[in-house]
Design a protein around this ligand. Structure first.
Ligand code: FES
Length: 216
């Protein structure tokens, strides 16, 4: 498997150019690579490292640290079942057990067809849908005990592609790039970030001088 595709690499370079320090683009690039392959392949991590000027081990360390980044292959859809307090009280554990039975895998497992990876997750901020399930970070629910066939329908619709417009594959955060609305020229974004970075450094130096009590 190669690294980032030509178009993806071009987009990655554009993102890198927005940051005063290249390494600040590391996580956005990880999401970009994940949108391409579904997970962060070793080749993609090497490519990212090259683009942001860090060691590949740093990309690997970042990928293994954050839950939303995957350094191992995952299914086309990540199904996250929340068992945090609001969901727990409404039947989150029952939903998780049901999902395990339907998919035939325990949390962390991927179905044989590569379609679903099941995860038990902490609160995803969709408590109004408790107990809720996330499919590639799009939220669905409530799936209450006694009406779990609606969860089965969700799985069937994902597998059939009926939700392709609503749920992106590969767990990407966003599937659309802004095409309209506020648009700022890239040069302006870049120069503003450089100016903000310089101001931050000046503040840090000033506060270090104050901490020094003016001795130096
Ligand atoms: S507790 Fe489940 S989404 Fe908040």
């Amino acid at each position: 498997m190669a690294g980032l595709d030509k178009d993806v690499a071009a987009h990655a370079r554009r993102i890198v150019s927005l940051y005063p320090e290249k390494r600040s683009a590391l996580i956005p690039l990880c999401h970009l690579a994940q949108a391409q392959d579904g997970w962060l392949t070793p080749e993609a991590m090497e490519h990212i490292a090259e683009l942001v000027g860090v060691d590949p081990a740093e990309v690997a360390g970042t990928a293994s640290f954050y839950d939303m980044l995957h350094d191992k292959p995952v299914g086309r859809y990540l199904i996250g079942i929340c068992t945090n307090i609001a969901c727990l009280l409404e039947g989150g554990l029952e939903l998780l057990q049901h999902a395990e039975e339907r998919l035939g895998v325990a949390p962390g497992g991927t179905t044989e067809d590569g379609m679903f990876t099941l995860e038990e997750v902490e609160c995803v901020g969709a408590c109004d849908r408790a107990p809720c399930a996330a499919a590639n970070w799009r939220y669905f629910g409530p799936f209450r005990p006694g009406s779990l066939e609606s969860f089965d329908e969700l799985l069937a619709n994902l597998a059939s592609g009926a939700l392709d417009e609503e749920v992106p594959t590969h767990g990407v955060l966003s599937r659309t790039r802004r095409q309209r609305g506020l648009e700022v020229p890239l040069d302006q974004v870049r120069s503003q970030r450089v100016a903000e970075d310089a101001a931050r450094r000046r503040r840090q130096e000033a506060s270090a001088d104050q901490g020094d009590g003016g001795k130096s």
